[in-house]
Ligand binder design. Structure first.
Ligand SMILES: [Zn+2]
Ligand SMILES: [Zn+2]
Length: 248
């Protein structure tokens, strides 16, 4: 789940702004969409494009969201703008957060955030959301406790993508086998979000680069062939070569 850094502040002069780089992903004409509120409630709405604003402020959707978020809730939101289903994610109350963004508390409190403030906040939010997704990924990898270590011991300290020698070359570069371990991660073939399956059949060992590639560059079609797994994206394949005979 990627959280796009659109920014809504509440009770500080509600602001929703979209960066120019996000424009291609926004509807380019009036369009129906649904907005999922903090509590999971989904409401239909209508987006109105405001062409004169480089930031594509959407006055109607600002109004719309404002009317559905409890007025006393001093909350701000990150908004996922992918497709026609937008989702609000809770963030800290603005008063607690502004200092971290290097934005004047007073300006924020008075609802006088400027373009530069917004840019600064967006940059920070990008970093924060990135970190939190990394943390989540890390938690996923290490769940249940020790899973990574067990699987690497079981399957071998090698990236299982065919012909990848990232782990071995790291080991020889540093003259230490434990250096190889530090670049290896354990990946769930069927996402944990879909199936909570931590069995070795649903796991493989990847170097950090291949792991990022698989998570960031999809979607992949997944096909199993004996122990191996073939990921396919637009006609190209990534072979994950496994030997699960250790399990039998
Ligand atoms: Zn993974
Ligand atoms: Zn690799």
């Amino acid at each position: 789940m990627s959280v796009e850094a659109c920014w809504l502040t509440h009770q500080t002069g509600t602001i929703i702004r979209f960066r120019p780089s996000q424009r291609p992903r926004l509807p380019n004409h009036d369009v129906d969409l649904t907005v999922e509120l903090f509590d999971g409630q989904v409401i239909p709405g209508r987006f109105h494009l405001h062409s004169s604003n480089p930031y594509v402020a959407g006055p109607r959707i600002v109004q719309f969201i404002r009317s559905h978020v409890r007025p006393q809730s001093r909350e701000q939101a990150l908004i996922s703008v992918v497709g026609r289903h937008w989702r609000l994610f809770k963030a800290q109350p603005v008063s607690k957060e502004v200092a971290r963004y290097g934005v004047s508390r007073q300006r924020a409190a008075l609802g006088q955030l400027r373009g530069k403030d917004i840019d600064r906040i967006l940059k920070k939010i990008d970093r924060l959301s990135d970190q939190s997704s990394r943390r989540k990924e890390y938690q996923r990898l290490t769940r249940p406790p020790g899973l990574r270590q067990i699987i690497i011991e079981l399957m071998g300290a090698k990236c299982q993508v065919e012909d990848c020698d990232a782990a071995q070359s790291t080991a020889s570069e540093w003259g230490d086998a434990s250096a190889a371990l530090s670049v290896l991660e354990v990946h769930h073939i069927e996402a944990v979000a879909k199936v909570e399956d931590h069995s070795p059949r649903n796991l493989c060992v990847l170097c950090a680069n291949h792991h990022r590639l698989i998570h960031g560059f999809g979607p992949w079609a997944i096909c199993h062939r004996d122990d191996d797994v073939i990921l396919t994206r637009e006609g190209r394949h990534l072979y994950i070569v496994r030997d699960l005979s250790v399990l039998s």
